[in-house]
Structure formats: C-alpha cells, structure tokens
Write a protein that binds this ligand. Structure first.
Ligand code: MN
Length: 245
C-alpha cells in the first residue's frame, strides 16, 4: 500500500514524523509537507505563482519533500510525483480540529484534497496544552484507526481527533453548536492597535459529537462528505411543493 503523509504544521513538525512512523507499519510511506507552517489556511491552493518541491534528508529515513505551498498543494504535488497513492494521511496536527474548526483546518483540507483527487483521506489532530506531545499513548490508537479505515467499506474522508490520554475509539458527528469568532484587541510596542482572531465554543458539546469525545478521553472519528448541499431543506421544499395548496 502506498501511503502519502502530509500536514499543515510544516515539514519539521514532530506530529508528521509520528504519523509517518505509524503509517510505515502498513505500507510504503512518502512525505510531502509545506516548508513552513500553514495552520488555518483551509483548502487554499496556489495559482498565482509556480510551485516547487525539494528533497529533505535526515527525516528519520523517510523519503520526504518540502513544498512552497499549502497543505492542499502538497497533496496534489505528492500524488503527481508518486503517480498516485492508496491512502493519504494528514497530521498529526499540533492542536485539535473539532466542530467548526473543520472549516479553517489545513490538516483536514489536505485529506479533502486527497478525496478530490480520488484517494481516501484521513486527517489526524491531537489536543495539546503547551508542552510538546510525545505521541506514545496515541500511536497504538492511530494504528488501530488506520487498520479500521483500510478494512471493509470505510468512509472516504474521516476527521480524527486524539485526546491526551485516549481510552477508546468512537464514531462521532461534527459539533456545530454555537461558536464565537471573537476579535481580541491589543496593541504593538509602538502603541498601534492590532487584533487577534480567536474562536471560542459558546455552548457545551452535544453527546456523541467530536468535542464530546475529547471530554471523555475517546479518539473521535468523524466521517465527512464533500457535498455542502442542504439536503434537508431541499427535501422539505419537495414535500411542500408536492402537497396540495
Ligand atoms: Mn496546524
């Protein structure tokens, strides 16, 4: 099995190597990652300048390339270079990607880009608070997830979140409860105003959601789809139209 590994934290992120190490239990691994951090760039692609990629040596023996582009660019570039792959793994992101984070996440976008190009994609993100994670507790669970998702009839796109001390694995739904994209005002050393965008959850997580799983120390697997159509609304419209006036 050919497994392409990418991320949005950049080629030297410890999470990238941890994920590549687990992936190597399942097949041949190649790494294509951004040459600098691209967190929260979402599914941006580079079209106004050319892309280049360069071999990076000394990356724990993995064949690895850094790309002067976004996470989505890296996956497209890697699949081009390798002539396709059977699976694309993205991460392990330094920080969770829960609920509405999915809209901004470069980690999830790399997995989405894989699916757009016809390859199964899985995004991995891990809760962190300050210190650099070791991944030792998470690695057996990541292996279990890869085993599960390369079995019979897996979803094409899965967003995985890993708690600090995992005790089990659950299928979850994306929490879409109220979020506040809050602007925090501050000032620079010259006294000029500047702003930090920070998103904070406003409500408690709903049961069986990705956010709920983190609170329960469970590895969260959320199957995603690329269609954004509001099927429920269309269905209601069809019912209304079919009913007598
Ligand atoms: Mn990131």
């Amino acid at each position: 099995m050919k497994i392409l590994v990418s991320n949005d934290d950049g080629i030297f992120s410890p999470g990238l190597i941890a994920l590549a190490e687990v992936a190597s239990q399942f097949g041949d691994v190649m790494i294509f990652a951004p040459d600098f951090e691209q967190s929260a760039v979402g599914h941006a692609i580079t079209i106004q300048r050319p892309l280049q990629y360069h071999r990076v040596k000394m990356l724990k023996g993995f064949e690895a390339y850094r790309v002067n582009g976004t996470p989505a660019d890296c996956v497209a570039m890697g699949l081009f270079h390798w002539g396709g792959a059977d699976l694309v793994l993205s991460g392990i992101n330094l920080g969770s990607n829960l609920g509405n984070d999915i809209w901004h996440s470069g980690t999830v976008a790399a997995a989405k880009q894989a699916v757009l190009l016809g390859v199964q994609g899985v995004a991995f993100s891990q809760v962190i608070n300050g210190e650099e994670p070791s991944y030792e507790k998470q690695k057996p669970y990541i292996a279990e997830v890869v085993r599960l998702l390369t079995g019979e009839h897996p979803p094409r796109l899965v967003n995985v979140n890993l708690p600090k001390n995992p005790t089990g694995i659950r299928w979850t739904h994306q929490s879409v409860r109220a979020y506040n994209g809050k602007m925090v005002e501050s000032q620079d050393p010259m006294g000029r105003k500047h702003y930090w965008f920070s998103a904070i959850p406003l409500t408690a997580p709903d049961e069986n959601s990705d956010r709920w799983a983190m609170e329960k120390d469970l590895v969260s697997l959320t199957p995603l789809r690329l269609s954004l159509t509001d099927d429920e609304w269309l269905q209601n419209l069809a019912t209304e139209q079919a009913s007598p006036v």
